[in-house]
Design a protein around this ligand. Structure first.
Ligand code: GFB
Length: 313
């Protein structure tokens, strides 16, 4: 992307979008197009088309979306499928109408089947049934991938799609009902430490395994793909190692410095047993993770304590 390019980062208040903006600014991109929810509802086709007409972006990052952890996905299936379908369709079609030079669409590791062979390769897409708790989100994200591929095939659009694993970092959602596991654990252990509580409850059996990629690593991958990749196949962004939820809870307990015990609420769903990403494609393109998990969690915990711990929500 040229330094004077007009770059539209959707979802710039979210985990990925905010990290993208920080990194683009650090690299000297001065013409960023940003609009928050009050300014532009991405589910509204007419409003999105008008916004593209007026702002004329050259590049678009689709980091906007309705996202959440296992409980939010399970509780609000209509929101997860409708919002994400509309956002993908409106952004991708408007990009086509306004001749956007290149668009990067962000999917998720949950697009892969629940029992996909591990590690999951890009070719495993649509090879089996999805995890029921997040199938609504996954179907919308798969539709977004297919939109990118269809506009490339029919109209020659340079739209690419990346599938990040579970992400974490600053500006994550720390609401215990809607967040992903890592921010939830940071908050639970932090509040338990302050309250001198005897125990912290972790959902599920603790046996599922997940990968956690720091959002700054993910952003480096996205910008790298924008530079070097232009093809219809999706590309995984993985953490290159995984960990069980029990091990993760113990690590967070240690980082936060909570002295009590961990109990598992097995009445809560586990979700997919394991989600390991095969990263050979993106590794061959020259990207690797740089932020080790413990270091990344420590930095995120520092950020949480400085910015969020006093706020409820
Ligand atoms: O991060 P998480 O909500 O999403 O949960 P998924 C990961 C694992 O952590 C599950 C367990 O086995 C949870 O049961 N867990 C333990 C907890 N304690 C907690 C807690 O306090 N909060 C939460 N949230 N989980 C998501 C999808 O799946 O992955 C999304 O629902 C998206 O659509 C995302 O794809 C990447 O990893 O199971």
């Amino acid at each position: 992307m040229e330094r004077d390019a007009r770059i539209y980062v959707t979802g710039h208040n979210g985990l990925v979008g905010s990290a993208l903006v920080r990194e683009l600014q650090r690299r000297g991109y001065g013409d960023l197009i940003l609009a928050d929810r009050a300014q532009l509802d991405l589910r509204e086709q007419t409003a999105v088309r008008k916004f593209f007409r007026e702002t004329r972006p050259n590049y678009v990052f689709v980091a906007a979306g309705k996202v959440g952890g296992i409980l939010a996905n399970d509780s609000y299936p209509a929101d997860f499928i409708y919002d994400n379908l509309m956002i993908a369709a409106n952004l991708i079609h408007s990009a086509y109408e306004r001749n956007v030079r290149k668009l990067l669409y962000l999917g998720s590791s949950c697009v892969y089947p629940k029992y996909a062979p591990q590690p999951m390769c890009e070719e495993d897409l649509l090879s089996g049934p999805l995890e029921p708790t997040n199938q609504w989100y996954a179907v919308a994200k798969i539709a977004g991938i297919k939109l990118c591929q269809a506009y490339r095939r029919q109209h020659g659009c340079s739209y690419i799609a990346a599938m990040p694993t579970n992400l974490y970092g600053p500006y994550d959602n720390f609401n215990l009902n809607t967040s992903h596991v890592l921010p939830a654990l940071l908050r639970k252990f932090h509040e338990a430490k302050l309250a001198d509580a005897r125990q912290v409850t972790v959902w599920g059996t603790g046996k599922p395994r997940r990968e956690f990629c720091h959002v700054d690593d993910c952003v480096a991958a996205c910008l790298h793909l924008m530079d070097v990749y232009d093809s219809e196949e999706i590309v995984n962004i993985g953490a290159e190692s995984d960990i069980s939820i029990r091990e993760l809870a113990e690590l967070v307990q240690d980082i936060v410095g909570f002295q009590g015990e961990i109990v598992f609420d097995t009445g809560r769903p586990d979700g997919s047993p394991v989600k390991r990403m095969d990263t050979s494609v993106i590794n061959a393109l020259g990207w690797h993770t740089a932020i080790e998990l413990e270091q990344g969690i420590r930095a995120t915990y520092d950020w949480y304590v400085r910015h969020k711990a006093d706020h409820r929500g």
